[in-house]
Ligand binder design. Sequence first.
Ligand code: MSP
Length: 477
Amino acid sequence: MGKYFVTTPIFYPNARPHLGNVYPTVLADVLARYHRLMGDETYFLTGTDENTQKMVDAALKTGARPKDFLDETVEHFKKTFDTLEISYDQFIRTTDQQLHWPGAIKMWNALVASGDIYKKEYEGLYCVGHEAFITEKDLVDGKCPDHGTAPEHLAEENYFFKLSKYGEHIKQAIQSGVFQIKPEERKNEILSLIDSGLEDVSFSRPKRDDWPPELGVPVPNDPSQVMYVWCDALVNYASAVGYGRDDALFEAWWPADVHVLGKDILRFHAALWPAMLISAGVPLPKTLLVHGLILSGGKKMSKSLGNVIDPVSLMDEYGVDAVRYYLTRHISPFNDGDMTVESFKDAYNGSLANGLGNLVARIMKLAEDNLTAPIMRPEPAVFPQELTETIEAFECNRAMDYIWTRIQQLDARITGEEPFKLVKTDLEAGKKLISELAVELYWIARFLNPFMPATSERIKQTILANKKPESLFKRID
Ligand code: MSP
């Protein structure tokens, strides 16, 4: 038994969450649920990143007060996560002045104390989509290729953070394994970025007139500036567990065991964040799990590109666990994966309606008709090594493949051993076989728990009640 602290990135709530946003959240939820099952004291953090220009722009477009707009979109995130049965322990909002701002301010002061913050005149191109400065050579036809928008030209006096000082230190932490980056490809990407030299980062913005006072953490001793959004956003991982306001709580949970994040925000997490922590004298998180992107029509599914799939309508039509199933089995955690409503539907009908759902119906019909009492729950509830190893290596899709192999083997056993015929020729042998099938089905339900918690529970209850259930996954044509 140990402690396990897992986080998702905090999301920009400038629109409702799309399937790409819920992906890291489902991955983190699988890890949290698995570690709770293994007896680890687990803390699962998610939340929203609110001190941004995007938020102000999105609110102004609707004509709403930015804070009201935020409160509403944040509610959608929470509702979507709740519907998806995301078992988070805390939902942090970076506009929370009690929980988050003291941590951001403590971090800033620590960076100042290390001599790593300085002021300078700066001129550059700011991409609101990235919430970061980009360079002329990143542009295609004058626009950011990821967001399809022209950057703003800014000439400002900002505070800068001496990121350039920390390349070697971060490299050592990565190479010694203190700070792990999974998969290997992402680790190498960051090592070569460090080798090409890290540049200092603009770490504050002049407070703009259209920003309401609830947005933007003020720079200590300089109310004309607010912290750069990535500076305050990264601190959420620490502020949520007490950094800057509750030392005992922070001691208990920090360092984070895993930050789950997409490869599009790798640099912020693998260079900027560790540099800030080293400068502030705070231990590094143990692991970054860097997942690929869900593509739609070959392009990153994103609000700015307008090619998103709405998780709520998928859940309404196919059920919550169908969405959790697809994301954990059919999207590789380490590579990009294309997804369409068609591919989702095929997987649903093939593996859930005809696969798992049909198997449960077959076995429980036999059990209800032939067994006089429910089977005994198999004990002890241990997971096989094939499953623990793959989940602990973050390979959720391989863990799900393993479970589906067991499902197919069980199906094949029914076809091969024909229990429905056996009960007619040798009732006792037939009952014994059906009990064994139900026991194996119980194991499968148990293994599904971190991935599809409601389905897992339903199958277990069905078996313990010895009753054929209503259809688990209706075929949808
Ligand atoms: N607010 C920042 C993160 C700050 S963390 C200190 C941010 N927000 S985001 O809303 O744009 O993205 C949040 C997460 O969703 C990121 O990990 C990103 O990789 C993930 N995804 C957004 N679109 C995605 C896909 N199409 N596919 C998979 N994940 C993607 O970045």
